[in-house]
Design a protein around this ligand. Structure first.
Ligand code: HEM
Length: 312
């Protein structure tokens, strides 16, 4: 049946009944494309969300989120493998620019945005296309070191244009992250106890006096949670999923635009699937929400089956 394709670009998706495509799964279809320039991107979306992520918050999705950050730190290394555990996602994404005749930078940044959305709770980040091909290959970029002092890290992000508040929102991406190289003996351990969910549990567990069983905490994240210069902004997100979803989405959008002239790009947020809202998935059906709601695995899987159906 005919329907509206209206969506709220750049918000958290919100869990409303804005189903975009009209088929009830919250996934907009190319038949309802609004901007002709965005049409090719529906198939690229499906190649990433389907063939690479299989609709889920797995290792390729989390690696792509980190890759988008990596690119912001060193944009000359677009889709070039390096030693930071990103080789696998790079090789999965590598064929797409030639296959669809689009730029590697656009593919990489779409993969990052879709990585966030593959993780239940992840907000829709306003998505741009039209990046030029990278001009040259730079020497290996240095990602921030988790053992650097807070001031070193906040200065580094300030140089990139990020406030401490934005940095505190961005590091929440570790909510779905794992480490492999910081402590090789504990390779594969996650930064919080709910690695497959984009939730604020990362913020509370990182701040607690002891680590949650089986998790690994980066010194930088623990320091941010206590340091006098960062704690106030860090605390904005403890137990506050809505604040975090909104501020993360804005900071990630900014990250995806670093070094680019926004007026040369096209907003193709219309291709994004609806965000999966964690509010509907809690085990506590009534009353006041606990700080970190416990997600019901049955409801979670049902939501994935419904809202990521075509990619599973
Ligand atoms: C102070 C700034 C940051 C530091 C020191 C830092 C450090 C790290 C380290 C050491 C790892 C583990 C790498 C490994 O051993 O495999 C990691 C993983 C990760 N980081 Fe960060 N990071 C920072 C900021 C960010 C930002 C801004 C984002 C994205 C918005 C991000 C997203 C991720 C993700 C998604 C992973 C997991 C990758 C995976 O599981 O494959 N990080 N980070």
């Amino acid at each position: 049946s005919p329907h509206s394709t209206k969506r709220k670009g750049g918000d958290d998706g919100g869990g409303d009944d804005d189903d975009n495509g009209g088929n009830g799964n919250g996934i907009p279809t190319v038949d309802n494309a609004k901007n002709p320039l965005c049409k090719p991107w529906y198939a690229i979306r499906d190649a990433i969300m389907g063939d690479i992520y299989h609709g889920r918050c797995g290792d390729p999705a989390r690696a792509a989120i980190r890759l988008a950050f990596h690119d912001a730190v060193d944009p000359n290394e677009v889709l070039r493998p390096d030693n930071n555990g990103l080789q696998n996602i790079v090789s999965l994404l590598q064929p797409l620019p030639a296959q669809f005749n689009v730029s590697a930078g656009d593919v990489l940044h779409l993969a990052g945005v879709l990585g966030v959305l593959a993780c239940p709770g992840g907000p829709a980040v306003t998505t741009y296309i039209g990046r030029p091909a990278p001009k040259n290959i730079a020497p290996d970029g240095l990602l921030p070191n988790p053992n650097s002092a807070v001031k070193v890290l906040t200065d580094r992000f300030a140089d990139m244009g990020f406030s401490i508040r934005e940095l505190m929102a961005l590091i929440g991406a570790h909510s779905t992250g794992k480490q492999r190289f910081v402590d090789a003996a504990l390779a594969g351990s996650s930064f919080d106890s709910t690695v497959d969910i984009w939730d604020v549990r990362f913020y509370s567990e990182t701040q607690n006096s002891t680590a949650a069983p089986g998790t690994f905490r980066l010194n930088s994240d623990v320091n941010f949670s206590h340091n006098a210069t960062t704690q106030k902004d860090y605390n904005r997100f403890v137990g506050n999923q809505d604040n975090w979803a909104r501020e993360y989405a804005n900071a990630h959008e900014k990250m995806s635009l670093l070094g680019l002239d926004q007026s040369t790009l096209t907003d193709c947020s219309e291709i994004l699937p609806q965000s999966i809202d964690l509010k509907d998935l809690s085990t506590s059906s009534s009353g006041k929400q606990p700080t970190d709601p416990v997600i019901d695995p049955v409801k979670l899987e049902a939501a994935i089956q419904k809202y990521r159906s075509i990619w599973l």
